[in-house]
Write a protein that binds this ligand. Structure first.
Ligand code: SF4
Length: 328
């Protein structure tokens, strides 16, 4: 097993894929049954971070990449200003969207190497429409993707896979996304963290590994993933990592969330407090914390795989091998 990230130094500014992740609003524009945010009290659902708060969080954290999840960031009235301020700061932005409003809102933005629309897709038409309980959203998302690609924006997809996902359908979905010329696809297993409402459909570790092995076997050369190749090996159970819970620090209207994007165990007002005062040893698979037992989610484990790549020659060699000749 490779060395894992044991240092609690500030990984957010040292690795090229580590990012800060914050939600300018909690509001989604469809009733997503698997959305963990549904346990947010309704009094907070309409609160928004201001552009100034967003930029201050980015400056304070110093991470080179910022992921903007939701709810749905495109309904934030000042999302264009937020993005412009981050581009000015030379932050690589992943603006996560369900793309329902993407076509309409594209005029607000200018194509830039710093801005990527990360479109949430639950799979092909059948799976996507079912997951969001609304017919036609898949086609709408596709239109948004096509228009964004046509106008020269960077576009990726992000897909969370839950128990019951059909490997063959997922593989077809990859083909469909590649035909749209998206830059790459991000994947993550759904995870049964306690606050999510739909526990029965989240994946447990062995099932996660089996599912990803089936999906990624005889991987087509045409598939491009926007993920560390070592993280893909990890998802299939070919390599083991410990979690790096501080790898994607999360900021929202309550402050910096402890300890990670998934678990909500309190908030602190500064990034320094988050890093210095969180009992990190209580989190991650090996900690024995039941809440972390089955987690293989990218916000904790992709940071570990990136750390592996850049922390030693052996890790770098593993990455080259996983890129050129992934385990089959
Ligand atoms: S294993 Fe890491 S990312 Fe997953 S819930 Fe625990 S602390 Fe969060």
């Amino acid at each position: 097993m490779p060395a894992t990230s044991s240092s609690r130094n500030f990984p957010a500014i040292s690795g090229i894929r580590w990012c800060s992740c914050w939600s300018p609003s909690f509001v989604a524009i469809w009733p997503a049954p698997a959305a963990a945010r549904s346990n947010i009290p309704t009094t907070f659902l309409n609160k928004r971070l201001t552009p100034e708060q967003c930029w201050a969080a980015a400056d304070e954290c110093g991470a080179p990449m910022v992921s903007i999840p939701g709810g749905e960031p495109l309904i934030h009235n000042e999302i264009d200003q937020i993005v412009a301020g981050l581009v000015e700061r030379k932050k690589y932005i992943y603006l996560c969207t369900n793309a329902l409003l993407l076509k309409k809102k594209l005029d607000l933005f200018t194509p830039s190497k710093y801005l990527t629309f990360s479109v949430h897709m639950d799979g092909g038409k059948e799976d996507h429409d079912e997951a969001v309980c609304r017919d036609g959203v898949y086609e709408t998302a596709l239109e948004g993707i096509k228009e964004a690609v046509k106008r020269g924006f960077r576009v990726t997809t992000n897909t969370t896979l839950f128990d019951g996902a059909n490997p063959e359908r997922v593989r077809k979905f990859f083909d469909e996304m590649m035909k749209l010329n998206v830059e790459g696809m991000m994947l993550s297993p759904g995870y049964s963290y306690q606050k999510a409402p739909d526990q029965e459909h989240f994946l447990h570790r062995e099932k996660t590994q089996k599912l990803f092995r089936e999906i990624l076997k005889d991987r087509k050369k045409s598939w491009r993933f926007n993920l560390s190749p070592l993280f893909l090996e990890f998802l299939q159970g070919h390599i083991d990592y410990e979690c790096t819970p501080w790898g994607n620090p999360t900021y929202n209207i309550f402050g910096w969330q402890k300890p990670c994007y998934l678990l909500q165990e309190g908030y602190v007002s500064t990034f320094k407090e988050l890093i210095e005062d969180t009992a990190w040893e209580n989190y991650g698979h090996k900690s024995g914390n039941a809440k972390c037992a089955d987690c293989m989610v990218h916000c904790g484990y992709e940071a570990s795989s990136v750390d592996d790549t850049f922390s030693s020659l052996a890790g770098f060699a593993r990455t080259v091998r996983a890129t050129l000749a992934p385990t089959r």
